[in-house]
Write a protein that binds this ligand. Structure first.
Ligand code: ZN
Length: 662
């Protein structure tokens, strides 16, 4: 088994979200909604609106409420999956936090402690949600011990070295060559003492090679028993994490009462049974039932699902917007007209459903940081036989855009007023369209040659796959077809998307990387790969120019950039279709990983002056329920005033059923 597989076999609890289909894309509140909530370190907390909520029936609101409860009860599971000390650390810090009046310290000391706790909530543990590096407190161990003592907070002393010693559990997931990937990762998918070799041997022995395989290892922890043998602890109501799953199941059963139709009831039945038994056959059946549910307006993703690019789960619901529908309807045209070699094209593109949704609750691995697009399920055979669902989450993108307005970023990094004006007018539209093309037709395009599997590219598979989908979208963003379909107003608008992609991939995404580090995350690698490759192969189409000691991207020939995207798309498709691992490795290592240190330093300095945060996350609305004397829900309202700290303290108080040690 490859490194790639060992790392990605286990799925995080991604009870991801419940969502509402958009009936009309234009009902957005433009005023008075407070999008910005909090900011600390490299993180910013935003709030999203749920503009469709009032248009739902009472039954749909009841359904959403129950799904939101089911989602929130999974929160502790993710903390524990991310590290076996996380719940102990979080609970000790929270206990201390609420005892503030008993702690004698300066305002500054307290602020530093508060930031540490806020960061734990954001990361669902003590490792950065994106870099996966452990973050260290800015207060010292003596301060923490004295404060806990003063406040009467009990804690397991074993947490102290985990919190304060940089050498212990430095990485949530390590991808370093030559080390034991299991033993050197802090993630809790394997018990203490389990080695990479033992885990790989176990997977090899249990792998399901049938045509409709079970996803062995999806919902379990591998541990050593008393004899030193590897055994599975399965996540289920009477197994690992059962204390939380019991509540999840309870609320899924409540939700079932309000299901919109039989297909959705079937989805819930399968999911309930899967959580009760841990039976992977039921998980497959659940995924299939979910893909088939195209009529429900309220949809949800709940379960143990893959997280990095495409959280697995479930998504959403009915009325697709014109934009994504048009793209889906033309999927075959896009497939036929791309720059890829005809032998790598699909004769028939199917199973692409595209929805624009409104998130109504975020949880699990989608909270507070969340993807803005989802394409599920992950199992290839289900996608092939039953199709997949792809969604973009409109209200979250809207919140990002609103919160970013006037923050000075474009003024600092874009080269001139002309491109800034184009970007201001069409940037958001290009962003939406690119996401749709990526999700609705990009991932679904192309085919593998006989005998080639998706795993062939091993640890580079997700970078190459994301690059492929991105390039497909970029190539078509400048196609007259989009203007013909009415998706773009003119042949000028796409320049906003092109400039943004190149600027981001070559320069500005580096704000997410610490000085001296390389790029590790698949999406960032993909973006740099595309931009660097095009830049390296450019012959006058673009250049980086220096002005007053600052570097800017200048694009001279946008059509030429499109040709470069098309060339690279053809090559990336070839690598994928042929499973050409050496070429993938070479491509990634040459263009995607290494950072230009001087440019990086400059970008960081310029960015720092803007005082912005590169990572965003959200607070959820609060579901306020009215019940009658019989206890039945008679009304559900959303409140949008809860703060970040209040929300997490409430979740930890009201939705925390797991013991600290699982
Ligand atoms: Zn993708």
């Amino acid at each position: 088994m490859t490194k790639y597989n060992v790392q990605r076999m286990k799925k995080q609890f991604a009870i991801i979200m419940a969502a509402v289909g958009i009936l009309c894309g234009c009902q957005k509140k433009e005023t008075a909604f407070q999008y910005n909530v909090d900011k600390f370190y490299d993180l910013e907390i935003l709030r999203y609106d749920v503009p469709e909520f009032d248009s739902l029936s009472l039954q749909q609101k009841q359904l959403l409420y129950c799904l939101s409860e089911a989602a929130l009860w999974g929160r502790d599971i993710l903390f524990d999956q991310n590290g076996r000390y996380n719940l102990r650390i979080r609970r000790a810090c929270e206990a201390l936090y609420v005892q503030r009046d008993k702690v004698q310290c300066t305002t500054e000391e307290w602020a530093v402690f508060e930031k540490y706790l806020k960061r734990i909530w954001f990361s669902n543990g003590i490792h950065h949600h994106y870099s996966e590096d452990k973050f260290l407190p800015e207060f010292d161990q003596a301060w923490f011990m004295a404060a806990c003592e003063a406040a009467g907070v009990q804690y397991d002393p074993a947490i102290l070295p985990v919190m304060f010693d940089p050498e212990i559990m430095p990485k949530r997931t390590t991808a370093q060559d030559g080390v034991d990937l299991v033993a050197c990762s802090a993630g809790n998918y394997y018990g203490e003492g389990v080695t990479q070799a033992e885990a790989e041997a176990w997977y090899a022995a249990h792998k399901d090679n049938s045509p409709e395989p079970l996803w062995i290892g999806l919902n379990s922890q591998l541990v050593k028993d008393a004899n030193g043998d590897i055994v599975e602890r399965v996540y289920r109501v009477d197994g690992l994490y059962g204390e939380a799953l019991e509540h999840v199941v309870y609320w899924l059963k409540e939700a079932r009462k309000y299901a919109e139709n039989d297909q959705q009831r079937e989805v819930l039945n399968k999911l309930i049974a899967f959580n009760e038994t841990g039976d992977l056959q039921l998980f497959n059946e659940y995924c299939i039932a979910w893909v088939k549910d195209l009529d429900s307006r309220v949809d949800f993703v709940n379960g143990f699902t893959e997280t990095y690019s495409d959280p697995l789960g479930i998504t959403k619901d009915l009325a697709a917007t014109k934009r994504t529908q048009l793209i889906s309807d033309n999927a075959q045209w896009f497939e036929d007209h791309s720059t890829t070699d005809p032998k790598y094209k699909k004769e028939e593109v199917k199973g692409v459903t595209a929805k624009v949704i409104t998130a109504a609750i975020l949880a699990g691995d989608c909270y507070p940081a969340t993807p803005i697009g989802i394409n599920l399920p992950n199992a290839n055979w289900i996608r092939k036989e039953y199709g997949s669902k792809s969604v973009t989450i409109d209200n979250l993108m809207h919140a990002y855009n609103e919160a970013a307005k006037g923050n000075g970023f474009n003024e600092e990094f874009m080269i001139d007023d002309e491109i800034r004006a184009i970007y201001e007018q069409y940037g958001a539209l290009c962003g939406d369209l690119h996401t749709d093309l990526h999700e609705c037709v990009g991932h679904g395009s192309g085919k593998l040659m006989p005998g080639v599997t998706k795993d062939a590219l091993k640890e580079h598979a997700s970078t190459i796959e994301e690059a492929r989908a991105d390039l497909f979208g970029l190539y078509y963003l400048a196609d007259p077809k989009l203007v013909e379909l009415g998706l773009l107003p003119n042949m000028e608008a796409y320049k906003a998307g092109y400039y943004q992609q190149m600027m981001n991939g070559l320069m500005t995404q580096l704000v997410r990387i610490e000085p001296g580090k390389d790029i590790e995350e698949a999406h960032m690698r993909n973006r740099q790969l595309i931009a660097n490759w095009c830049y390296a192969h450019a012959d006058g189409e673009m250049e980086i120019i220096e002005r007053d000691g600052k570097h800017y991207l200048q694009i001279n020939d946008y059509e030429g950039v499109r040709r470069l995207y098309g060339e690279l798309l053809a090559e990336i498709q070839r690598i994928t279709s042929e499973g050409d691992y050496p070429a993938a490795k070479e491509m990634v290592e040459t263009y995607a990983v290494k950072v230009n240190q001087d440019l990086h330093k400059e970008i960081l300095e310029r960015y720092k002056k803007l005082n912005l945060a590169p990572y965003k996350g959200f607070v959820n609305p609060v579901y306020q329920v009215t019940r009658n004397a019989e206890g039945e829900i008679t009304d559900v309202k959303l409140d949008f005033t809860e703060g970040y700290i209040e929300q997490h303290l409430r979740y930890s108080r009201d939705y925390s059923a797991l013991p600290s040690v699982n």
